[in-house]
Design a protein around this ligand. Structure first.
Ligand SMILES: Cc1cc2nc3c(=O)[nH]c(=O)nc-3n(C[C@H](O)[C@H](O)[C@H](O)COP(=O)(O)OP(=O)(O)OC[C@H]3O[C@@H](n4cnc5c(N)ncnc54)[C@H](O)[C@@H]3O)c2cc1C
Length: 402
């Protein structure tokens, strides 16, 4: 699929990266970051113009590394800056859903090593993740364990001072190009989720077969893994035996917020395109933007977009300031932003009339790209379960025990 963002778009459009409208949510270094993201977006657009495929995808990851944008997943000093990650995803989401996914999954496969690995593991794997010369991936989902990930069946068996891993992983983003996988397997099924353990599995491990790329509704590097007695050393184990579920959930809590940011970037692009179209397209002797129905669409779109961005940045800032848990805020941000983005993009397409469904125009691409965001890293339905259960738990705790 050819890219629908042109170099000239990046020069003349805002790329959805304003930090000035919400000064109370950003620090000075976030303002400087917006310029770096804009430069990176320009390079991504140039690379995608050459066509989609594994070589382009690896080149995009390397380019993001060269622009230092991957450092934030494993900072050498300080802690992860979630607002910065959100800004990058807003910018990439504006220009290319594929580049946004490549960026985010590099993070999903890097952050667990930074946060839960030991010094030797960080020394071994993080430098190449930061500079983008090695591509990372995160392998949790299985054919029979999607939303219910705790029921995963991939088995890790201790063999002396090594581990033998056997099982299957599906829907693994970056799999076609990844050099290594942060992978979750159960080391003691009798303990249920408390047996789940995290490993770093290099791609060249004997017994590991990668299937893909699998074609999706929009460009997205994705595939499946088959593990047949893959043997890895114990120093590939992240955290303690049984810590895997906790590691997976902590990683997803952080990155889930940034899915909302990518949705905001895509929705911002749709609003930019729709506003332009409302002014440029005339029917009945005047621009369609002078029709009140179109104005009402635009008003709803910008209001939902602002609300989504605020929810995303609230969750991100809480985490940056060291909140003990952002599970509730992350679920609210992810659910609202991805659902709102879908509505905004649909309206933008409607404002384009028939031109909106033509292959190659930006709103058509966005219409396809935004869809998966309501599914991965926890579906909208499961976010609702999380949000409501926290609310009910709090109320139950408030009631006097009987
Ligand atoms: C583009 C894309 C990229 C992905 N990348 C990765 C990746 O890099 N690594 C990885 O490990 N996984 C990845 N995934 C997998 C993703 O996380 C799962 O698809 C997702 O968690 C849903 O699981 P499932 O597809 O098996 O759906 P199912 O779990 O089968 O769900 C089907 C439907 O049932 C609903 N449902 C299920 N349980 C409940 C419940 N308790 N209450 C209400 N509704 C419920 C769901 O919300 C959904 O609507 C990716 C998926 C996609 C689409």
């Amino acid at each position: 699929m050819s890219a629908t963002t042109r170099a000239s778009d990046v020069e003349t459009r805002p790329v959805g990266l304003s930090t000035d409208d919400l000064p109370f949510l950003f620090d000075d270094h976030h303002r400087a970051l917006a310029d770096t993201v804009r430069a990176a977006v320009r390079d991504v657009v140039a690379l995608e113009a050459k066509g989609h495929g594994n070589d382009t995808d690896r080149a995009i990851v390397a380019s993001l590394g060269a622009h230092t944008l991957l450092h934030g997943f494993a900072p050498t000093a300080g802690s992860v800056d979630l607002r910065a990650i959100c800004l990058v995803r807003e910018g990439l989401g504006w220009a290319s859903g594929n580049a946004d996914s490549l960026f985010a999954v590099q993070g999903l496969g890097t952050y667990p090593i930074h946060a839960f690995g030991n010094d030797a593991q960080r020394d071994r794997w993080l430098a190449t993740a930061r500079d983008g010369t090695h591509v990372a991936a995160f392998a949790l989902t299985e054919p029979e364990a999607g939303t219910d990930v705790a029921s995963l069946r991939t088995r890790a068996e201790r063999v002396g001072d090594r581990w033998s891993i056997t099982g299957e992983k599906v829907f693994i983003s970056n799999a076609p190009i990844a050099d290594r996988f942060v992978l979750f397997a159960n080391a003691d099924p009798s303990r249920g989720r408390r047996g789940i353990t995290a490993f770093v599995v290099p791609r060249d491990t004997a017994g590991l077969t990668v299937e893909g790329p699998t074609a999706l509704v929009a460009d997205h590097s994705i595939g499946a893994l088959h593990l047949d007695g893959c043997v890895v050393d114990d120093d590939c184990r992240l955290g303690a035996v049984g810590d895997g579920f906790k590691i997976a959930m902590a990683t997803l809590d952080t990155f889930r917020v940034s899915v909302g940011a990518a949705a905001v970037g895509m929705a911002r692009r749709a609003l930019d395109e729709a506003t332009h179209r409302a002014v440029a397209r005339a029917q009945f002797g005047r621009s369609i933007g002078e029709q009140q129905q179109i104005q009402a669409y635009l008003a709803d779109m910008v209001t939902e977009l602002d609300a989504a961005r605020l929810l995303v940045l609230r969750a991100a800032r809480l985490r940056d300031e060291g909140a003990a848990s952002i599970t509730q805020e992350a679920a609210i941000a992810k659910m609202f932003a991805t659902e709102a983005a879908q509505r905004i993009i649909d309206r933008a397409l409607q404002i384009h009339g028939g031109s909106g469904v033509m292959r190659g125009v930006a709103v058509e691409r966005l219409y396809r790209e935004v869809r998966a965001l309501r599914i991965y890293e926890g579906t909208t339905e499961i976010q609702k379960v999380v949000i409501a259960s926290r609310l009910l738990e709090r109320e139950r705790a408030r009631l006097p025990s009987t």
